[in-house]
Structure formats: structure tokens, C-alpha cells
Design a protein around this ligand. Structure first.
Ligand code: DAH
Length: 339
């Protein structure tokens, strides 16, 4: 019996080292310690031993059993801990890993200017109307008091589609379409693309304008000044001032050119304002009676204020861009600066 116990003990000790998983260890354990295992089998043999040998044999078998339970327990704890560690390592989330880079788009600077202006004018009760980019000669010129032989036509080198249709050279025809279809009084701004055969650092064949039109009774140049002054203060600087200089447009009488005090130097004179302290930002005027009459409204009852500005010009001034082609070259490095 002593020999058997010794052999089993040696076997167990060896297999403890061989086995490397909890499941494997439990199999070995049941081989020795389960009801039908080798150690209970030894206990069953006790009865067949001579009486005087039984106590000693019982003692060493029990000792073996206790020892075996202890070493299996402690080896199992060891293996379970190791398996848990491995599982942690396997399932670990590395939250320090850099996230996937997503490219974010940006609004175009001319779009930013357009949206800002629309916001400012909407705040003064203006609605937005967008006219067609392909216009007829009548809306783009004739109705705006610019008949075929009018010298002002020459200044706007026009892309013609045929005798009558053209790419609009200005957003002013939107004024005509509004007056033809809308019952006054109303206030409207009309942003959109315009086209001229023109191409240099400050001119692009496709550019964008925003037209403004107010139709009501008894309007004067003073109302126009108030309106544009509020726009300039919101658009450029709360300190901005505006001034009118006399000018000429066929569709307004009187006509003015509007300057804003230089928002770079505050009016002292700098490179941006070419030392004058003022920057020209738009053309405007009181709508010519003939234009109002052309649209079927009574010029003795209705008066109009109009203005038109170049969105690229405003964007160039505001963001310090010196070449208009940068807006339309499609270079993402330009856009990314407006994020
Ligand atoms: N349409 C003019 C241009 O393209 C700009 C303009 C000037 C529009 C005066 C107006 C205005 O409505 O009153 O040069």
C-alpha cells in the first residue's frame, strides 16, 4: 500500500506540471479524486487488508487525499489567474489608439459672405428671391433703362446665347422680375451668379452679386443711407461709417457709389484703402421712375431703393485675398483656411 501511495503521489506531482489549462487540470483531478478515481479506489481496498495494517494504511491514504486536494486547488487557482490575465490581454481595448482621420468640409468664403449678408438683411425684413442665370435681353438691359444703343451696355461685355438670350451680366434683372410679380411694398435681396467677358486679378468671367430692392411709398436717399449703414456696421465693424459719392447707373436716379470707412486702419489710411481711409463696396440709388413704370407700377405712387454689390469683392476685402481666381481654382488648401 505504501508503494501504491508513493507512486500515485509522484504521478500527480508530475501531471501538475504537465497540465497548462484549468479544464485539463480538472480532468486529471477527477482521474484521482472523483468517486470512481484512484484515491477512493485505494480506500475501498482497505477492507481487504489485514486488520492490523488498516489504521496505518487508512492514515497514509487520507494524507494522500488531503495533499492531492490541496495541490489541485492551488494549481487550479494559479492556472485560473493565468487564464484571466490572458483573456484581459486578448480582449483589451487600446483607447490610446489615434482615431481614424475624417476630412471635414468647409463653406466657401463667398458663400460665407453671402450667408452673412442674407442674415443681416433678413434681420431688416428682407426676403430672398433668386432670379434665373439665363436671362433675356429685356430683363437684363431694356427694362433696366438700358436700351440697345445705350453706352452702358458696352461696359458689360456680355455672353450671348442667341439674339435674345444671354448669361445675365448682373443680378439687377431680379429687380424687374420682383416688381413684375410682387405687390408692393416689399424688401428683397437677390444673390446669384453673374457673367461677363472679363478676366484679371479682380475680375472673373463668373462672379457673384447680390441685389437689393425696396419698394414702398415716399422712400428717399436718406432711407438708403440708413439701410446700408446698418449693413456695413454688421458686416465690417460696429465702428464702420458709410458715405455716398455721386455716380451713374441707368436704372437709378440719383445714383451713388457707397464707401465704407476702412476696417483695416479705421480711416487713417493704409495699404488696403490705398491711403484714402475709404473703401468702395457697392453701387446704389433711387430706382429710376422709368424702371418702375416699365414694371407696370405707378411711379407717382411707388418709390424704390436699389443696391448691388459684388460678393467676391467683399470676400476679398474681408479676408485679405488679392486674386479673385483663388476663389474658383478649386484648391482645397484655400478652403481649409476657412474652417
Ligand atoms: N448692376 C450694377 C453692376 O453690376 C450694380 C448696381 C448698381 C446695382 C446700382 C444696383 C444699383 O441695384 O442701384 O454694376
Amino acid at each position: 500500500m505504501k508503494e501504491k501511495v508513493k507512486r500515485i503521489r509522484a504521478e500527480i506531482a508530475r501531471s501538475l506540471d504537465d497540465v497548462s489549462t484549468v479544464a485539463g487540470l480538472r480532468e486529471v483531478r477527477s482521474k484521482y479524486l472523483s468517486r470512481s478515481g484512484e484515491i477512493p479506489a485505494l480506500l475501498k481496498l482497505l477492507g481487504s487488508l489485514p486488520k492490523e495494517e488498516r489504521p496505518e494504511a487508512g492514515r497514509i491514504i487520507n494524507e494522500l487525499k488531503n495533499w492531492a486536494e490541496e495541490v489541485f486547488d492551488s494549481r487550479e487557482a494559479e492556472l485560473a489567474a493565468k487564464e484571466l490575465e490572458e483573456r484581459y490581454a486578448r480582449e483589451a481595448l487600446d483607447i490610446s489608439m489615434p482615431a481614424e482621420f475624417r476630412r471635414v468640409g468647409t463653406l466657401h468664403p463667398v458663400t460665407l459672405v453671402r450667408e452673412e449678408l442674407v442674415r443681416i438683411f433678413a434681420g431688416m425684413g428682407f426676403i430672398v428671391y433668386e432670379g434665373p442665370e439665363i436671362e433675356d435681353d429685356y430683363h437684363n438691359f431694356t427694362a433696366l433703362n438700358t436700351p440697345r444703343d445705350h453706352p452702358a451696355r458696352d461696359k458689360q461685355d456680355t455672353f450671348y446665347i442667341n439674339e435674345d438670350l444671354l448669361l445675365r451680366t448682373q443680378t439687377s434683372p431680379a429687380q424687374i422680375r420682383m416688381m413684375e410679380t410682387t405687390k408692393p411694398p416689399f424688401k428683397v435681396v437677390s444673390p446669384g451668379r453673374t457673367f461677363r467677358r472679363d478676366d484679371d486679378a479682380t475680375h472673373s468671367p463668373m462672379f457673384q452679386q447680390m441685389e437689393g430692392l425696396v419698394i414702398d411709398r415716399g422712400l428717399s436717399l436718406c432711407d438708403l443711407h440708413g439701410l446700408l449703414d446698418i449693413m456695413a456696421k454688421n458686416m465690417f465693424s460696429s465702428e464702420a461709417k458709410t458715405r455716398f459719392r455721386p455716380s451713374y447707373f441707368p436704372f437709378t436716379e440719383p445714383s451713388v457709389e457707397v464707401d465704407v470707412s476702412c476696417f483695416e486702419c479705421g480711416g487713417a489710411g493704409c495699404r488696403l484703402c490705398k491711403g484714402t481711409g475709404w473703401i468702395e463696396i457697392l453701387g446704389a440709388g433711387v430706382v429710376n421712375r422709368r424702371v418702375i413704370a416699365n414694371c407696370g407700377l405707378d411711379p407717382d405712387e411707388w418709390t424704390g431703393l436699389a443696391f448691388g454689390l459684388g460678393l467676391e469683392r467683399i470676400a476679398m476685402l474681408k479676408y485679405g485675398i488679392n486674386n479673385i481666381s483663388l476663389f474658383y481654382d478649386g484648391d482645397a488648401r484655400i478652403l481649409s483656411q476657412f474652417r
